[in-house]
Design a binder for this molecule. Structure first.
Ligand code: PMP
Ligand code: GLU
Length: 390
């Protein structure tokens, strides 16, 4: 037996259910099996050519050295413009930061805020990594479940009931992964009113802000009031809207004190993010008309795929689903057939060769999450296989 031991918290860290399923589906595909992969929360589109050109130009100009921790001057400028345009909040250069994907923004925000015994309120359904990252930091995730009947949107009363003297932060995620719920402005205001004048921070994960259906508009809770502005950290990034998952760019804006603490962490951990990715993102965030057109093309494709999915699911006996208005996921509810969604996801992969993610990983047992970030053919064939298998 080895005398070497690992950190207890790392030993307890779960693996990402979404990335694990992506790897399992790939392993089957690599063996020559035709798998309908509806598990990945990752655009199936290539990064728009105009964004790639911006990156190539930057390389040709010799942009290849460390930048400041927050990012290059161009990227800082673009992040500030972006927040003013989309979140309707003004941040100065000391309030923004680029990170290694939104994922590291979330983990650095948690590390900057959370110590042993601190509680973070996480609304369920929730994205898989929040709870693991809170536990890794020594904190306790406190789950508040919003049911399908309430449109997966929590109420102010539910939030109020979960707050204790140890509550350090809440995490909001609208449009939501995995439910696709978009919290209305009134719902967000109701939640923000509960934490008003308290010592509770708000981490608002707005990574799906551009992916909205049915003419719904994005609102950021940071814009509601001076109180909201001073307690809210906005996290977004290039992965979803610009189909740039592999470039790893997260974009953060918020109170100077918190962003400054994250900068301190990032300085010791990563120095800065890759400069070629910074250049591509600085261009994309300004959203010139050619980028806007690409975003809209992809958004429309997701909306059409959502519509098709709802149509097919309506004809599946025993399966229901909530109509998502944002992001690119549909939660398929199998609870009238089985409660064991992990066995269901395993069997659908092994027997029907359709890759989905078990809902328990997101706090919604009895469901599986299907991604709309696959071609219409893959979605149609995947759902047809599920129907036959049922
Ligand atoms: N937040 C949510 C809700 C997500 O679904 C994802 C997807 N990976 C992320 C954050 C992280 O995105 P990334 O690290 O690729 O920017
Ligand atoms: N966010 C995506 C998902 O939920 C990508 C994978 C991950 O980072 O979890 O599937």
């Amino acid at each position: 037996m080895s005398l070497l031991t690992l950190n207890e918290r790392v030993l307890k860290l779960g693996s990402s259910a979404t990335l694990a399923m992506k790897a399992r589906a790939k392993a089957l595909t690599d063996r020559g099996i035709s798998v309908m992969t509806l598990s990945a929360g990752e655009p199936d589109f290539d990064t728009p050519q105009v964004i790639k050109e911006a990156a190539k130009k930057a390389l040709d100009k010799g942009i290849s050295r460390y930048t400041g921790v927050r990012g290059s001057d161009d990227l800082i400028h673009a992040m500030r413009i972006k927040f003013e345009r989309d979140q309707k909040v003004r941040y100065d250069a000391s309030q923004v930061l680029s990170t290694v994907g939104a994922k590291s923004a979330i983990s650095q925000a948690i590390d900057a805020l959370i110590g042993a015994g601190d509680e973070v309120i996480v609304f369920s359904p929730y994205w898989v990594s929040y709870t693991e990252l809170i536990s890794l930091a020594g904190g306790t995730p406190v789950l508040v479940h919003a049911s399908k009947e309430q449109g997966y949107v929590p109420t102010p009363e539910q939030l109020r009931a979960a707050i204790t003297p140890r509550t350090k932060a809440i995490i909001l995620n609208s449009p939501n992964n995995p439910s696709g719920a978009v919290f209305s402005e009134a719902a967000l205001r109701g939640l923000m009113d509960v934490v008003k004048d308290s010592k509770i921070w708000v981490i608002s994960d707005e990574i799906y802000e551009h992916l909205l259906f049915d003419n719904v508009k994005h609102v950021s809770p940071a814009s509601f009031s001076d109180d909201a502005y001073s307690r809210t950290l906005v996290i977004t990034g290039a992965s979803k809207a610009y189909a740039m998952t592999g470039w790893r760019v997260g974009v953060v804006g918020g109170p100077k004190e918190l962003v400054g603490a994250m900068v301190k962490l990032q300085e010791q951990r990563y120095t800065c993010i890759a400069t070629v990715a910074q250049a591509a993102c600085a261009y994309a965030l300004l959203e010139p008309p050619e980028v806007k057109a690409e975003i809209e093309k992809m958004r429309q494709a997701y909306e059409m795929r959502r519509n098709k999915t709802l149509e097919i699911v309506a004809s599946m006996p025993g399966v229901t689903c909530f109509k998502p208005q944002g992001a690119f996921y549909v939660l398929l509810d199998f609870s009238s057939i089985t409660k064991d969604d992990q066995v269901l996801a395993d069997r659908l992969l092994d027997e029907a060769h359709v890759a989905l993610v078990a809902g328990s990983a997101f706090g919604v047992p009895g469901t599986v999450r299907m991604s709309l970030a696959s071609s219409m053919e893959t979605i149609t064939e995947g759902l047809t296989r599920i129907r036959k298998w049922l």
